[in-house]
Design a protein around this ligand. Structure first.
Ligand code: AMP
Length: 474
């Protein structure tokens, strides 16, 4: 079942090579954020997108960006968008000399950056544009070589990009489209200073796209500074849990969690699952517990080498996947189809993270199951999550020999006040956990829009940006 209110790609104004790539990727209908964002971006507007992963936001920004690069030369003239037979980038067809870097995408984690690069290659496969990714944790030598050969689109994590900029390997002076993905996560990871340094080096005359699942104050401040009269597109707010995830919670003593995990994995039809834990050490311990119980498991977290992370991810994507035990940071950007179960071994302290986690399953309209192990000391985190998603998560009363009875739950909550989810009735009402994924319209008539923007993405002449990259009016 597909729960998105999807629509047609036809009529969005995408050029044939992109439509062909979408057909090859078996994309039949556009997701809500694609329907909203693509026309806005093709008209050259800046965009603030409030959307979580799993909504199809990568294609929402990659498709119009590829089209812009294919249909215009770096100087701004239009070309046909068809890839020339010599394999040169379509938009650069008439141009001699090295390729300038025209689009920069910034992402918080290596996995997400690699995923975005892959998406650009998938959607742009008939365009002949060059895409590269740079991130830490691996040798910079191939990255430097790729940049020296020339790329049209660069996907980067901030730290490695700054290193390469400092070595004068990455030149941002010709960037026309700047995409800042998962801005809130960049902020959480302490990348704000790096981000500001990078944005200051991107030309003022650019199209800027910012995506963020949540909108903390520092992010809305940056959006005000860096985006010019942006259109807002908001899809499946983070406070609404991913569509079609069947959620339930086990109330369990902390010491019983390892046994509960093993039993759950052995007694349920779990085909591909991620177990979320709070710490790297905890992740390694759980892998040991599972392995000792005969369950194949691997951990992915920040202390693992990039090679190990990549290898484990490949194993996880295979037909016989091990259980993937992950910390939240490492799990960002993991985009694997067919994840049947997300298991919150520990509840996150930040309730929005719960929504991100369970969004790993039920991607692009599929269905999935999310279970959480809640020990008495985590009860307030559960309440925060339920408040955020405006849903009472059903109690899972299977495996009751390992979980706390309703009476025990009440006893063990200091000061009483068991959450409403502490009831013993385990009947599911998964429909109530679902959101409709409705979006707020950011599109309007494109004709008037184009007249105020000149060529796609070029701000009108009465705007300029300060040297810090902030937009000011002249
Ligand atoms: P994203 O939110 O960009 O991380 O995308 C989530 C997943 O949905 C990715 O695996 C995409 O390949 C997939 N996807 C994105 N758009 C579509 C679409 N229109 N039809 C089918 N799958 C899609």
């Amino acid at each position: 079942m597909n729960s998105f209110e999807n629509g047609n790609f036809e009529g969005l104004g995408l050029i044939q090579p992109l439509m062909r790539a979408l057909t090859s990727a078996s994309y039949e209908t556009a997701t809500p954020i694609q329907l909203e964002a693509i026309p806005v971006l093709l008209s050259g507007y800046d965009l603030m997108g409030c959307a979580q992963t799993g909504t199809g936001k990568t294609a929402a920004f990659a498709l119009p960006t590829l089209q812009r690069l294919a249909c215009t030369t770096p100087g701004g003239e239009h070309s046909t968008g068809e890839a020339p037979t010599n394999g040169a980038p379509a938009g650069n067809a008439q141009r001699q000399g090295p390729r300038p870097l025209r689009c920069l995408v910034l992402a918080p984690t290596r996995e997400l950056a690699a995923q975005i690069e892959k998406s650009f290659n998938t959607y742009g496969r008939f365009l002949g544009l060059r895409v590269a990714v740079v991130h830490g944790g691996v040798s910079q030598v191939p990255q430097v070589r790729a940049l020296q050969r020339g790329v049209d689109i660069l996907v980067a994590t901030p730290g490695r990009l700054l290193d390469l900029m400092n070595q004068h390997v990455a030149d941002l002076s010709k960037v026309e489209v700047l995409v800042i993905d998962e801005a809130d996560q960049m902020f959480d990871m302490g990348f704000l200073r790096d981000l500001k340094r990078i944005v200051a080096k991107v030309p003022l005359d650019r199209q800027t796209l910012m995506f963020s699942a949540t909108m903390p104050d520092p992010i809305s401040e940056l959006a005000k500074q860096w985006l010019f009269e942006p259109k807002y597109v908001e899809v499946a707010r983070v406070s609404s849990a991913a569509t079609d995830v069947e959620q339930s919670v086990f109330h369990v003593g902390a010491s019983s969690k390892p046994k509960l995990l093993v039993s759950f994995l052995k007694t349920n039809a779990v085909s591909r699952s991620i177990v979320f834990v709070r710490t790297k050490h905890g992740a390694d311990q759980i892998v040991k517990v599972l392995t000792n119980s005969g369950i194949d498991a691997v951990a992915i977290h920040g202390n693992k080498s990039q090679n190990a992370r990549t290898r484990h991810l490949e194993q996880f994507k295979s037909d016989r996947p091990p259980v993937l035990v992950a910390t939240d940071i490492a799990a960002r950007g993991i985009d694997v189809h067919g994840i049947s179960h997300v298991i919150n071994y520990q509840l996150p302290e930040v309730p929005e993270i719960y929504v991100h986690r369970i969004g790993r399953t039920a991607r692009a309209g599929a269905t999935g199951i999310a279970v959480s192990f809640c020990s008495p000391d985590e009860r307030s985190s559960l309440q925060d999550i339920e408040r955020l998603i405006k849903t009472t998560i059903d109690v899972n009363d299977s495996l009751s020999e390992l979980t706390l009875s309703a009476a025990e739950q009440k006893q063990r909550v200091t000061g009483g006040g068991a959450s409403s989810s502490g009831r013993s009735n385990g009947s599911r009402s998964s429909g109530s956990s679902r959101s409709s994924g409705r979006s707020r319209s950011g599109t309007g008539g494109s004709a008037s829009r184009q007249s105020t923007r000149g060529r796609a993405g070029k701000p009108a002449s009465n705007q300029r940006r300060s040297s810090s990259g902030d937009l000011v009016r002249s």
